[in-house]
Design a protein around this ligand. Structure first.
Ligand code: HEC
Ligand code: HEC
Length: 89
């Protein structure tokens, strides 16, 4: 009896964990704009993400004339949220 209960709880736990993981994994790409594959952004497609992210604010900043939206979330890792349009590396 106890053992059966434990199994049920284990299964429930796994299902819940999987649901959360899938949710986290699915959510950002669905809603967040992707990095365009155009002249401005193409150079970043062949660059390690961390390297590329250092250069986004050269254009995307208040100083450069293209401020991020006012309600923009914390912007530490651009490419973690804004995926590349094509999956080069
Ligand atoms: C040379 C200037 C420049 C750099 C550097 C740059 N961008 Fe952009 N970005 C633009 C311009 C101009 C637009 C608006 C026109 C367009 O959609 O291409 C834009 C638009 C965007 C958009 C919105 C696309 C849409 O669908 O509305 C995202 C997201 C973005 N950039 C992300 C990034 C990220 C991430 C980086 C760093 C890897 C980056 N940009 C670096 C110039 C730049
Ligand atoms: C935590 C996730 C996250 C990070 C990190 C992030 N962004 Fe965003 N960004 C968003 C969301 C959400 C929006 C709201 C509009 C949308 O769906 O793209 C947005 C909007 C934008 C827009 C405006 C797109 C448009 O046309 O409305 C640009 C440009 C942009 N981000 C660039 C950047 C740059 C450059 C960085 C790194 C310095 C960055 N973002 C980091 C989530 C993120």
């Amino acid at each position: 009896m106890n053992r059966k209960k434990a199994t049920i709880y284990n299964v429930l736990f796994l299902v819940a964990a999987a649901a959360i993981l899938i949710f986290l994994w699915m959510a950002p790409p669905e809603t967040t704009k992707k990095v365009p594959f155009d002249q401005d952004h193409r150079p970043f497609y062949n660059m390690p993400k961390k390297e590329a992210e250092k250069q986004c604010t050269k254009c995307h900043s208040k100083e450069a004339g293209m401020p991020l939206p006012k309600d923009h979330p914390p912007k530490y890792r651009c490419l973690f949220c804004h995926k590349k349009t094509k999956s080069h590396s």
